[in-house]
Design a protein. Structure first.
Length: 400
């Protein structure tokens, strides 16, 4: 009787086969909760109905929402138009993998289609009309994980810069030319190699830094390809009189993007997917509110998570105002099971981590002789002992 009372006091639920000892002693969890399941049946849980900040483990929900509303095989497009005055109109649809390599391929195609001179660039990012360019939770620091989102963005809205001791500023990537913007940002940096969130700098001009970077990168790469380009640009929409000459389709599917997003825990990729899913579900232009609605709709209506167990503010996990219960996270883990091979393997698990200051979370899968073990571990505490905890789970579940 005393043993039963003690177990109830710390709210640990045990299945009969494990009643002799808890898998995770609860004194190792200062402030957090978890659920451990095998073959879909809960073996042990602690504070499963309490709400915690999930950090990047919420990307599992973002991925599932993108699969639902965009489709695993969906590919983003970027459209290029011209007019009788040699202006080039560029319309973005949120492609998160529009990179220097992509722009180089586009340049070759434009040249094949007879584009020899570009008088000016008109950049159309109207398919996203965001309340703020940065997602909620972003500190807009120099770190690339704080980069802004948008319908037309290149190189994850970050720039690689090398500043030498003599003050010379160059690109940190062989495929990326040094733009005027990179030189302006580099002048404010110490010597060394940096990857910088372009949104962190207040650069003068009447156009967003994201669109400016897109225009400058295209201008440099197009010139290198033999297209005579003038560095004049502005924001605008595609006129009805413009002629589409190239529609660039990404060589990566949404499934490919999710794999990259999970392996690098890329916040920019996650939120581009969330915004596009919201736009597809509720109609373009995409907004943060539509992204939140799409994520919440999928969680509640498709997975069956109760409203009071989840509040999602954006798709990457940057926001501390996002909360979820271990029980709800386990429902997401279960729904993601067919896609678990998209996750990186860490500590023997297919695993998604989530990290903020005083937030250390894991969600993942472990194949054992007794079947598939799944778990959600949400720690909101100063002590980061999540690796110790999942090693304990692996050791104990592998022998039971």
């Amino acid at each position: 009787m005393l043993i039963v009372l003690c177990l109830c006091a710390v709210t640990v639920t045990l299945m009969p086969a494990f009643s002799t000892a808890a898998i995770l002693p609860v004194d190792t969890v200062q402030n957090g909760g978890y659920i451990i399941s095998r073959n879909g049946k809960v073996i042990e849980s602690y504070r499963a109905n309490d709400r915690f900040t999930p950090a990047s483990t919420i990307k599992l929900l973002t991925a599932l929402t993108a699969f639902e509303f965009l489709g695993e095989d969906y590919r983003f497009t970027t459209s290029f138009y011209t007019d009788d005055y040699q202006n080039l109109y560029v319309q973005g649809s949120g492609d998160p993998l529009l990179t220097s390599e992509s722009i180089a391929r586009i340049a070759v195609e434009l040249k094949k289609r007879g584009v020899e001179t570009i008088r000016s660039y008109i950049l159309d990012d109207s398919l996203f009309q965001l309340e703020t360019s940065q997602p909620e939770g972003s500190l807009n620091s120099e770190n690339p994980y704080d980069a802004p989102n948008g319908a037309l963005a290149v190189n994850f809205n970050s720039v690689s810069i090398v500043k030498k001791k003599n003050g010379t500023i160059g690109s940190g990537e062989s495929q990326t030319p040094t733009t005027v913007l990179a030189k302006e940002i580099g002048s404010k940096l110490p010597n060394g190699k940096h990857r910088i969130n372009i949104g962190a700098y207040d650069i003068q001009g009447n156009i967003s830094t994201s669109l400016r970077y897109s225009a400058e990168l295209m201008h440099s790469i197009f010139n290198n390809t033999g297209i005579k380009s003038t560095l004049e640009f502005r924001q605008g929409k595609i006129p009805k009189t413009a002629r589409k000459i190239v529609e660039y389709t990404s060589d990566k599917t949404v499934k490919d993007i999710v794999r990259l997003c999970m392996h690098y825990s890329n916040n920019f990729l996650a939120n581009q997917l969330a915004l596009a899913a919201g736009g597809k579900k509720y109609g373009y232009p995409a907004t943060w509110e539509k992204a939140r609605k799409a994520l919440s709709y999928f969680a509640t209506q498709q997975i069956g998570i109760p409203d009071n167990e989840l509040l999602v503010k954006e798709g990457s996990g940057l926001s501390r105002a996002t909360y979820i219960t271990p029980k709800a996270m386990m429902s997401i883990v279960d729904a993601f099971t067919p896609h678990r091979d998209l996750l990186p393997i860490k500590h023997g698990y297919h695993l998604k981590s989530g990290t903020l200051e005083d937030v250390y979370c894991y969600a993942g899968y472990l194949d054992t002789p007794g079947g598939l073990v799944t778990f959600s571990l949400l720690l909101n505490q100063p002590t980061n002992n999540r690796n110790q905890l999942i090693r304990t789970i692996r050791r104990k579940m592998s022998i039971n």
